[in-house]
Design a protein around this ligand. Structure first.
Ligand code: NAP
Length: 302
């Protein structure tokens, strides 16, 4: 990350930044681990686009002030990450249909002061499976977690014709809301969609035993939980199961290590990070993202 920061500082003090450079932000907390600034700035530079992308550590309490700042500074937009994906919604003017359905936003686009919220996480995840040649249509998926990213993945999985999507979440204050989401998705799509208690190990093992794809969509496995997994029992991992983690730092979580050791195909969240960024880039700049440059920057961290 040190060399990544170095290259951004170098660009900022060089000729690339002009009086007209538009700022794009990453809002959330924590954000210092994110490779999005390195990736986005590398592509802006390679494509000669007059934008700069910076990460801002914004907690929930400062959501309104961050959106006000976006308007005040006439920023072109922002990526939004935890814990703000839902919290920004009341402060925006419009939502895309997917963001409306997901109740979460990971991209804000500012068109002359009109702020529109989009969600590109689900598309990004499905493209990361497609890139590895993993089948989606007719498959059965178990998601651990039912937050913004899980719901976005569920929507896109249902859109692409997965047969069944089971969300397992902690039975806490959010569970009732997640149940309403799942019921709404089940009503809208042909897929069989349900939400279950993550602490019900027997039920979870049963669903995983019938699943083709298992996805961790909780933050368990990153930062201070780096040695942990949301999956309570590794005995359910079998070689024909595709195991994915939406976490991208570390690139290989404990869940992915355990799964690889049991012969599963594993998919890290880094592919999702790459592919969720491309539609956002296009909305901000009107240009298609140079995926090769983005991939190089993301994977090298340079
Ligand atoms: P979120 O909206 O805050 O949802 C987090 C989910 O994880 C919730 O269902 C939450 O349950 C659950 N959870 C949190 N701590 C848990 C724990 N200790 N045990 C069990 N469940 C727990 O966050 P999000 O935006 O969906 O993000 C989820 C993960 O996906 C994060 O790791 C994020 O970095 C990753 N992500 C990656 C990408 C990418 O591009 N690769 C994109 C988006 C997100 P409660 O509702 O009970 O709190």
């Amino acid at each position: 990350m040190t060399s990544g920061h170095g290259s951004i500082v170098e660009q900022a003090s060089g000729s690339r930044i002009t009086g007209k450079t538009r700022l794009i932000g990453l809002f959330g907390s924590p954000v210092s681990h994110s490779r999005s600034p390195v990736m986005q700035n590398s592509v802006f530079e390679a494509m000669g686009l007059d934008y700069a992308y910076l990460a801002f550590d914004i907690g929930l309490a400062d959501t309104a002030r961050a959106i006000d700042a976006l308007r005040l500074l006439d920023m072109r937009g922002a990526n939004v990450t935890m814990p703000l994906k839902r919290a920004v919604i009341p402060h925006l003017d419009r939502l895309s249909p997917s963001a409306q359905l997901a109740g979460a936003v990971n991209v804000i686009v500012n068109d002359g002061g009109v702020l529109t919220g989009h969600i590109t996480d689900g598309t990004g995840f499905m493209l990361s499976l497609a890139e590895k040649g993993i089948a989606r249509r007719g498959q059965r998926m178990v998601l651990l977690g039912a937050g913004g990213a899980a719901i976005a993945v569920a929507i896109e999985a249902a859109t692409e014709g997965m047969a069944a999507i089971s969300l397992f979440n902690r039975r806490d204050d959010f569970h009732a809301e997640a149940e309403r989401f799942a019921a709404e998705l089940d009503r809208r799509f042909d897929s069989e969609i349900g939400i279950f208690d993550l602490d019900d190990r027997t039920l979870l093992a049963d669903h995983v035993s019938r699943a083709d794809i298992l996805v961790n969509a909780t933050p368990v496995g990153m930062e201070d939980t780096i040695d942990r997994m949301a999956l309570p029992d590794t005995g359910v991992l079998r070689p024909d199961l595709v195991v994915c983690d939406l976490i991208y730092v570390p690139r290989e979580t404990r869940l992915l290590r355990e799964a690889a050791a049991r012969g599963c195909v594993t998919v890290s969240g880094i592919g999702m990070q790459l592919y969720q960024a491309a539609p956002a880039f296009e909305m901000w700049t009107g240009r298609k993202m140079d995926i090769a440059v983005a991939r190089r920057a993301l994977f090298s961290g340079a």
